[in-house]
Design a protein around this ligand. Structure first.
Ligand code: NAD
Ligand code: DAU
Length: 336
């Protein structure tokens, strides 16, 4: 049994990972999260009080607080999810992205090294590789060519993790995954936003021509990959995870409309995202061969389950969409 510090465990992927680890393992989980607009303890209300679960509110850029936390809890393993994660927000203002994603990651690496953490798992993204043309896949050898402030900040953090391995001999692995979907995703991202808007008969804003392609993966398949990388990944290695489910945005949105039972008249084409990456698609053969991992959920099943979850959990997304999110939504979509 190990003590695992999970950063960003109150967010979308982190909360699914914490639940999976508490259900499937006997590891002790310490969830560290600042509870920004994207972090919500309600995502984990079902595991509150679990004997192996502790939550601590804190900011990963706060070095003295992190020194105290590492000194007090002495984690064996760090699984690092905490980040600013939304591309559109990074276009509006990149400051928090550089602070949390770059500086915050270095703070965690420093504290992990000083406190002899045995393994540091850095959760990163396929967006660091940039954009693909009509064919080809991202491999772990694809050069980093980030195009958005978000992905540039993630690439910066990936390089800091690489440097910690090469300079200080730290035992780190980096995972890079494609677009996740599933329960507890904040409704600013494409799939939950479109489900919520369709349900409420609001317009569905599609950027540009709607032909941008993403490689969709169910969040639980991603979490299974992170767990395998944590357990058996090789020090210093990068592992790609993808869903083998390339779909363009128009396809995704029209499928959602069918599942929600609404018509295509709700679709509105709006001004494109600046610097919008055209296509992402992952080659996950290394993770399959070396970690015995494979995605198990088809996009069709996963999307149906996800739409059902959002329709059953309307009170969850209504609550997270109140307050500060309304201001962001106005700013993001009113001038398009
Ligand atoms: P999210 O925005 O839902 O959650 C991020 C969490 O980090 C929130 O709980 C937030 O409160 C917390 N956080 C933010 N700043 C913090 C700080 N300074 N200190 C402590 N906690 C802080 O994001 P997500 O979609 O769950 O993504 C999690 C990680 O996975 C990110 O690193 C992201 O880059 C990566 N990733 C996401 C996807 C995807 O499709 N969503 C795909 C690949 C990789
Ligand atoms: O690829 C992994 C990345 O996927 C993660 O690293 C990021 O954290 C995550 O946010 C996601 O980034 P994307 O920019 O691909 O996801 P998003 O859901 O914002 O957009 C998906 C596609 O849908 C993209 O082509 C933009 C488009 N889109 C999005 C929104 C919010 C629209 O057309 N309209 C919208 O309103």
């Amino acid at each position: 049994m190990s003590k695992i510090l999970v950063t960003g465990g109150a967010g979308f992927i982190g909360s699914n990972f914490v639940r999976m680890m508490l259900t499937e393992t006997d590891h002790e989980i310490l969830n560290l999260d600042l509870l920004t607009y994207a972090g919500n303890l309600e995502n984990l209300s079902d595991v509150e009080g679990h004997a192996n679960y502790t939550f601590v509110k804190g900011d990963i850029i706060d070095a003295p607080a992190m020194a105290e936390l590492f000194g007090q809890h002495k984690p064996d393993i760090v699984v690092h999810f905490a980040a600013e994660s939304h591309v559109d927000r990074s276009v509006l203002d990149a400051t928090a992205f550089v602070q949390t994603n770059v500086i915050g990651t270095q703070v965690l690496l420093d504290k992990s090294r000083h406190h002899n953490v045995k393994r540091f798992v850095h959760v990163s993204t396929d967006e660091v590789y940039g954009s693909l043309g009509a064919s080809g896949l991202f491999t772990e050898e694809t050069p980093l060519q980030s195009n958005s402030p978000y992905s540039a900040s993630k690439a910066g953090s990936d390089l800091l993790v690489r440097a910690a391995v090469h300079t200080h001999g730290m035992d780190c692995v980096i995972t890079r995954c494609s677009n996740n979907y599933g329960p507890y995703q904040f409704p600013e991202k494409l799939i939950p936003l479109m489900i919520a808007n369709a349900h409420e008969d609001k317009s569905l804003p599609i950027y540009g021509d709607g032909k941008n392609v993403r490689d969709w993966i169910h969040v639980i398949d991603h979490c299974r990959g992170i767990k395998r990388a944590m357990e058996d990944g090789v020090k210093g290695e990068v592992y790609n995870f993808g869903g083998d489910a390339e779909r363009d945005n128009m396809f995704v949105v029209t499928e959602i409309l069918k599942l929600v039972g609404k018509g295509e008249d709700l679709i509105t084409f709006v001004k494109d995202r600046p610097g919008h990456d055209r296509r992402y698609a992952m080659d996950s053969s290394k993770a399959r061969a070396q970690l015995g991992w494979t995605p198990t959920c088809t996009f069709e099943d996963g999307l149906k389950q996800t739409v059902d979850w959002y329709l059953k959990n309307k009170s969850w997304w209504e609550r997270v969409r109140s307050g500060a999110y309304q201001e962001y939504y106005e700013k993001q979509y009113s001038s398009r």
